[in-house]
Write a protein that binds this ligand. Structure first.
Ligand SMILES: Cc1cc2nc3c(=O)[nH]c(=O)nc-3n(C[C@H](O)[C@H](O)[C@H](O)COP(=O)(O)OP(=O)(O)OC[C@H]3O[C@@H](n4cnc5c(N)ncnc54)[C@H](O)[C@@H]3O)c2cc1C
Length: 448
């Protein structure tokens, strides 16, 4: 029997970040990470294996941070958690812990539709061998169907098209791709961009079955359409991997994640959980949230890792900030869209602005940036923003997220101190976030 002060189960975004945070906050403690895989993939890089990186091996997270930070790494399967004895059974022996962090992540959802277990149907596993098999299959595939038009589905579609597949079709059940995170006008722009790159999109379309004799040959939709296919990719979401936690009797939350409080502590006072396996609550009112992102995982891991032997950090809920892109065409979202804000019951004012991302507009690299910002009508507090622009979108939306997290008002944002440069940003006179706030103020005055 071996003893460690801190054991972390899982070595991906959440597990590694929790370990590094534990090391920084508790330099004297023995920290051990146990993970299943020989090599961990950069999860968000998975779509780019296909058309850009051109190999799963180029998307591997290095193990160097473990040695560099005096963190022990064990590649093994944790098979049992005995909370009474603070004991883990693994495929490489048993270990006692003083504090445990569960960061066991998520698994892809497998829909119960006939034919989903056929050869040629791939759920997106964060597993290098599985991705090698998919990569091989896609080398010769002429027709590919992607089920699910979320960000993973559209990123896969574009990358597979780059590999040379003749026909790539996205099948999405909702009226638009990305509609769980963007208002319709942004979704439509992305659909147009995908179509311009030769990708077929079928929205409001439900898959009835995958046909073929044990090998996927076509995807049949509820309206009777039959789409020929050599490979089917499932991008319909993921579910928290909580088998170990459940068996050990840890409380489970409403969306199926391990229940945690704001300090990331589970129902056991010696066990924290973070990342995709942990239940999330929304920044807006605290309801359960099904969002699972690497960026959320790392925030939660920094909270869990810091709180292991004394609470210093708190989680105020998931804002929901992320971006996606197809080529240089990018979308970013933070907080609530107009649709979501209305569904939550907020009385809102929004402002939409569009301006060149350089000044003067003749500068090289000029494209138009569109931004939509949603404010709560009574308090003027920002609830969220969406951006369509170039590759700067990923960082711009992070600035919007900081305004949301600090609950800044429309007046705070109108005098937000920004930096501008002709070759790098929009003009100070029309800077989108600030300008959107000014427009919202003027709308509020007219309406009030
Ligand atoms: C294709 C794709 C693209 C994505 N793109 C983005 C993006 O652009 N931005 C973004 O923010 N998010 C993105 N995500 C989401 C992101 O990948 C996840 O939120 C992130 O991986 C969660 O990290 P995690 O550490 O919680 O879990 P996981 O990455 O699922 O890792 C779980 C870890 O636990 C280990 N484990 C589980 N059970 C055991 C056990 N019993 N014993 C030992 N080890 C165990 C696993 O081996 C693994 O190391 C993407 C996801 C996918 C699939």
């Amino acid at each position: 029997m071996k003893e460690r002060d801190v054991i972390i189960i899982g070595g991906s975004a959440a597990g590694l970040t929790a370990a590094l945070t534990a090391r920084r906050h508790y330099p004297g403690k023995k920290v051990l990470v146990i993970r299943r895989e020989e090599q961990v993939l950069v999860p968000c890089g998975i779509p780019y294996i296909f058309g850009t990186l051109k190999s799963p091996e180029k998307n591997v997270m290095p193990d160097a941070p473990y040695e560099a930070n005096n963190i022990e790494l064990l590649k093994a399967d944790v098979t049992e958690l005995d909370r009474e004895k603070k004991l883990l059974q693994t495929s490489a022996g048993s270990f006692n812990y003083e504090r445990l962090v569960v960061a066991t992540g998520s698994l892809p959802i497998m829909p119960p539709i006939p034919g989903f277990d056929s050869d040629g149907v791939f759920a997106i596993q964060k597993d290098i061998d599985e991705l090698r098999r998919l990569y091989e299959r896609l080398q010769t595939a002429k027709d590919v169907v992607i089920i699910g038009g979320g960000f993973i589905g559209i990123e896969f579609a574009d990358e597979i098209k780059k590999m040379g597949a003749a026909n790539v079709t996205i099948v999405e059940m909702m009226p638009h791709c990305l509609s769980l995170a963007y208002d319709d006008e942004f979704c439509i722009e992305m659909e147009e961009m995908l179509a311009s790159r030769g990708i077929t999109i079928k929205t409001s379309a439900r898959v009835e079955q995958i046909k073929g004799n044990g090998r996927a040959e076509s995807v049949q939709l509820a309206d009777g359409a039959d789409i020929k296919t050599d490979a089917v990719i499932l991008g319909i979401g993921s579910t928290a991997n909580v088998d170990l936690a459940k068996k050990a009797g840890l409380r489970i939350g409403l969306t199926g994640g391990i229940a945690v409080d704001q300090t990331m502590l589970t129902s056991d006072p010696a066990i924290f959980a973070c990342g995709d396996c942990a239940e999330k609550s929304s920044f807006f009112g605290g309801r359960s949230s099904g969002l699972k992102l690497a960026s959320i995982a790392q925030t939660e891991a920094r909270i869990a890792g810091a709180n292991l032997f004394g609470i210093t950090r708190q989680n105020y809920g998931t804002v929901g900030v992320w971006s996606t892109c197809v080529g240089d065409f990018a979308l970013g979202t933070a907080g609530l869209t107009e649709t979501m804000a209305k569904q939550h019951g907020y009385d809102i004012v929004n402002a939409v602005v569009e301006c060149p991302n350089r000044h003067p507009g003749g500068m090289s690299g000029m494209v138009k940036t569109k931004m939509k910002v949603v404010f709560e009508a009574n308090s003027g507090v920002i609830l969220g923003g969406q951006i369509r622009g170039d590759t700067a979108t990923g960082e711009m939306i992070n600035a919007v997220s900081s305004c949301v997290q600090k609950r800044m008002t429309v007046e705070d944002i109108a005098v937000f101190q920004i930096g501008t440069h002709p070759a790098l940003t929009a003009s100070p006179v029309v800077y989108p976030l600030v300008n959107a706030a000014e427009m919202a103020i003027s709308k509020m005055r007219q309406e009030g």
